[in-house]
Each structure stands twice: as structure tokens, then as C-alpha cells.
Design a protein around this ligand. Structure first.
Ligand code: AHR
Length: 501
């Protein structure tokens, strides 16, 4: 048995949680769109061809925001291909993922789907093969009420009211040599600056996300951020971060330590933003948009066997294990602990492609293991993040030292009447007795202790066994006034929900 001490205090807060921290992502990639959210022949299809069973699973995730249409895809995308009568839309050779894009779904249909899911769209523009003119035209098409060429075109396509898209990404991973139209930091920075100006002239209330590095291990990481922000920090509102984590070494202690990597990444990008702000003597603080994050490695081998140039092949379909759900839990805790700086985050992605939701074409849809921690955090991780101090035994792993055996964060609800502790016990053998002092926060009772624990780290949910890995309620938490005590099973995701007495 291990012991952990946690301390929170009414006066020490990280900050309010931006609801957009629980965003997700749908790219025209694999079966995310075709066979995922859209399958007109499916028995569950609605009048627009969207699968109702998938929509219901999405709605239960409480996602406020969905990034679209890519990803790598956007860097070769002609948005005009995806609007207007379907019979006139071209089939294109899609170079990012080497498939055929039929353009059955485009901007207008996707905006409708997102509205059905209760989410707003975070729209990415193509700064790879295209530029400012196409980007500002898309803003006009989407957001102008009417009376101009592009907004009249939207109306003629059947969407009379403007979409009012608030949040826009200036391209995707432009530092990556794999990107269509890859650029140096100066080339991209100049283009992003001029595009940002034109987009905001067309729609002054929009917010813009400029591309940071494709990940923290890129050779130009940090200098890319500094250079791009030199060009754009007075025009943009956020800079992007992307990270995918792997357990290819099959080393659970090291895998679960990867939340430290995300933590260091956030610190470094925030520092780059602050450096440029200080250098420019600016009052404008740039916030972070962690608009791609997840576990991704299971499907790498299988993807190499997929022949190019088909429509919606089963690409990037990771089947997630119980161990993956634990790391996703730790990553959510890390994002919450940085709620003062990370305002937007997108679990990448949402359906079939590295996703919490899987489907069979013509068949059922089910929840992967990672669905649950995301759903819990998205449901109860709203309000104010409390500075959560943790005193716990630490361990060293292959790539990390001083890894806390427990990741945890307290979030107080907006009304102040509820509080939730999210915690991952990373100890391989030991349960943990956790004692939390809730200083100055009043007296509490435990409403519910949900736990995901499993003696098989590689357990998965599947078509045949969709509920093998699910959370369950246990009674291992007690509140006595302002002290919470709980027993957290070894290798477990815990959600302890409290109500004020
Ligand atoms: O999410 C899958 C891909 O990962 C995205 O297209 C790209 O932006 C990232 O490299």
C-alpha cells in the first residue's frame, strides 16, 4: 500500500476551465466521415445521411467544439469542391492520405452535423497548396449574412443563415515535411500574418489559431514557435500544440509517465509565447490550443498494408486498451492543471480514426476504452481548477525521472456546490490511500466514486464485446468535513464526485 497526500485551498486557483478544453476532431481521413458520422444507407441514418447511433454516442461526450476538415487533409483541400449540388462535386486524388475524396460531405453538411451534435465548428483553412484568397473567401462564404458573391453562393446552396464560425486554424502542421505545401517558419509566419489580417477584416470577431510545431520532437521546435509568433502575435489568438503518445515498448511505467512530456511541452510553448510578448512589449497574451492529442500507435503496422486510392479505407483505426484509457486520463488531468493557459484542446479524433467511438459499416457503434475518461472529464471537469498539491512516492522509468505515482486534480463546479477529483494511480502493484485536505472549501459528502481498473492492461472493447472495459461504482471514498479519504486501486482511473453539505 502507498500513501498520497493532496492539499487544495479555496484561495489557490489555477483558473476557470474553458469549455473548449473538451473539443474533438473530425478529419476527412479513413472512415471518420464516410462510414463514421455519415452513412446514408445505414438503418440508423437520418434525413441527411448522418448515423443517429453515432450522434448519440457523440452527444454523450458533451463535446463543445469539433475541428474540421483536417489535419493533413486540409493542406490539399479545395473547400469549393465540397459545396453545391452533390452531383457536381468532383472526386479528387487526396494526397495526404492517398485516398479518393468523393466530396459527399463538405462545409455546409458538416456544420449541420456539428449542430446536431451540440458542438461548434473549429474550421481549418488550407495554407499548404492554397493561401489568403481562398481562406478569406471561405470566411465570407461561412460568415457573411448575404449580399456578396460568396455569401450569396452559400444561400443559393440552401444555407440562408450564416454559419457564424468563430474559431479558425491557419493551416495544419506547416513545419512538417510530410505536409502538402510544407514551409519554413519565416515563409509560414508571413503567410499566416497576411491571411489572418484578411480573415479578420472579413469577420472581425473571429479567433485564430496559428500553427505551432507538429510535435515537441520536431528539429525546429521552439524556434519555430518564436519565429512564427514574431510574425503573427499581434494578429492571432492561439498557437497550436499536437502530441500523440505510444506504448510501442510495452513498458507501462514509462507509458504512464508521458503526461510529464505533455506538461513540459505546455510549459515550453507558454514560455515561447511569453518571450515574444516580452520582446514586443505587448499587452497581448497568446493562449494555447492543444488541438490534436491522443494515444496513437496500434494501427501503424496495419496501415502500411492498405492499398492507396480507395474511398474511406480503414486507416488509423487504433483499438484502445485499458492502459491507453489510463494515459488518456492522465493527459486530461494535465490539460486541466494548465487551464490558465490551455484554452482549447481537441481529442484527436472522434470516430473510427484514433477515436473513442468505433463503427462497423452497416452495423453497430461502440465506445472504446478511452471514451470513458474523456466523458467523465468533459461532464464534471467544468468550473474552476484548484491548485492541487500532491505529496506522493515517485518512480523513475526508461525515459523519465521523478514520476509522481499519482496524477490528480480537483475541479470545483461553477455553482461551487460540487467538486470532482480526477486521479490516476500509476502504481503497478500498490493500491493507494489518498487523503485530501479541502482547506477553506467547506464540508463535503461523497456522491459517487467511479473507477476504471482491470487486471489486464491490454483489455479492449470490440464489436463482439463492447462493454469489456467500462467504469464501475465503488465505495472506497469517504468525506469527513473538509477531509476526503479514498483507496485508489493500483493502475486505476478514479472520479470522486463531492457535494457540499
Ligand atoms: O490526426 C491524424 C494526423 O496527425 C493529422 O492529420 C495530422 O495533423 C497529424 O499529424
Amino acid at each position: 500500500m502507498k500513501n498520497a497526500r493532496i492539499s487544495v485551498c479555496r484561495d489557490f486557483i489555477v483558473g476557470p476551465v474553458d469549455r473548449r478544453l473538451f473539443g474533438s476532431f473530425i478529419e476527412h481521413l479513413g472512415r471518420a466521415v464516410y462510414g463514421g458520422i455519415y452513412e446514408p444507407e445505414h438503418p440508423e441514418a437520418d434525413e441527411q445521411g448522418f448515423r443517429r447511433d453515432v450522434l448519440n454516442l457523440v452527444k454523450n461526450l458533451n463535446i463543445p467544439l469539433v475541428r474540421y476538415p483536417g489535419g493533413n487533409f486540409v493542406s490539399g483541400y479545395r473547400w469549393e469542391d465540397g459545396v453545391g449540388p452533390r452531383e457536381n462535386r468532383p472526386r479528387r486524388a487526396e494526397l495526404a492520405w492517398r485516398t479518393i475524396e468523393p466530396n459527399w460531405i463538405g462545409t455546409n453538411e458538416f456544420v449541420d452535423w456539428a449542430a446536431k451534435a451540440g458542438a461548434e465548428v473549429m474550421m481549418a483553412v488550407n495554407l499548404g497548396s492554397r493561401g489568403m484568397e481562398e481562406a478569406r473567401s471561405l470566411v465570407e462564404y461561412c460568415n457573411f449574412p448575404g449580399g456578396t458573391h460568396w455569401s450569396d453562393l452559400r444561400q443559393s446552396h440552401g444555407w440562408v443563415k450564416p454559419h457564424g464560425i468563430k474559431l479558425w486554424c491557419l493551416g495544419n502542421e506547416m513545419d512538417g515535411p510530410w505536409q502538402i505545401g510544407h514551409k519554413t517558419a519565416d515563409e509560414y509566419g508571413r503567410q499566416a500574418c497576411e491571411t489572418a489580417k484578411a480573415m479578420k477584416w472579413a469577420a472581425p470577431s473571429i479567433e485564430l489559431v496559428v500553427c505551432g510545431s507538429a510535435n515537441k520532437n520536431m528539429p525546429t521546435f521552439a524556434s519555430w514557435e518564436a519565429t512564427v509568433l514574431e510574425h503573427t502575435s499581434e494578429q492571432v489568438d492561439y498557437i497550436s500544440l499536437h502530441a500523440y503518445y505510444s506504448n510501442a515498448d510495452n513498458d507501462i511505467a514509462d507509458f504512464l509517465a508521458r503526461s510529464l512530456d505533455m506538461d513540459a511541452y505546455i510549459h515550453a510553448v507558454a514560455a515561447a509565447c511569453d518571450y515574444i510578448q516580452a520582446k514586443k512589449k505587448s499587452r497581448r497574451q497568446i493562449h494555447l490550443s492543444f488541438d490534436e492529442w491522443n494515444v496513437w500507435y496500434h494501427s501503424h503496422g496495419q496501415d502500411k498494408k492498405i492499398a492507396p486510392w480507395s474511398i474511406a479505407p480503414p486507416q488509423v483505426e487504433d483499438v484502445y486498451t485499458f492502459a491507453d484509457a489510463l494515459l488518456v486520463g492522465s493527459l486530461l488531468i494535465t490539460l486541466l492543471r494548465h487551464a490558465d493557459r490551455v484554452k482549447i484542446a481537441c481529442l484527436a479524433q472522434l470516430v473510427n480514426v484514433i477515436a473513442p467511438i468505433m463503427t462497423v459499416n452497416g452495423g453497430t457503434a461502440w465506445r472504446q476504452t478511452i471514451y470513458y475518461p474523456f466523458q467523465h472529464a468533459s461532464s464534471w471537469g467544468r468550473g474552476t481548477v484548484l491548485q492541487t498539491l500532491i505529496d506522493v512516492p515517485r518512480y523513475d522509468s526508461r525515459h523519465f525521472t521523478d514520476v509522481p505515482g499519482l496524477d490528480a486534480v480537483f475541479v470545483q463546479s461553477e455553482t461551487g456546490e460540487n467538486m470532482t477529483l480526477f486521479a490516476v494511480n500509476k502504481e503497478l502493484q500498490d493500491d493507494m490511500i489518498m487523503t485530501a485536505s479541502l482547506n477553506g472549501l467547506g464540508n463535503w459528502r461523497v456522491m459517487e466514486h467511479l473507477v476504471m481498473a482491470n487486471n489486464q492492461l491490454d483489455a479492449v472493447n470490440s464489436l463482439d464485446n463492447p462493454d469489456r472495459v467500462t467504469p464501475r461504482r465503488i465505495s472506497q471514498a469517504e468525506a469527513d468535513g473538509d477531509t476526503l479519504t479514498a483507496r485508489l486501486p493500483s493502475l486505476s482511473w478514479n472520479v470522486i464526485r463531492l457535494a457540499k453539505t
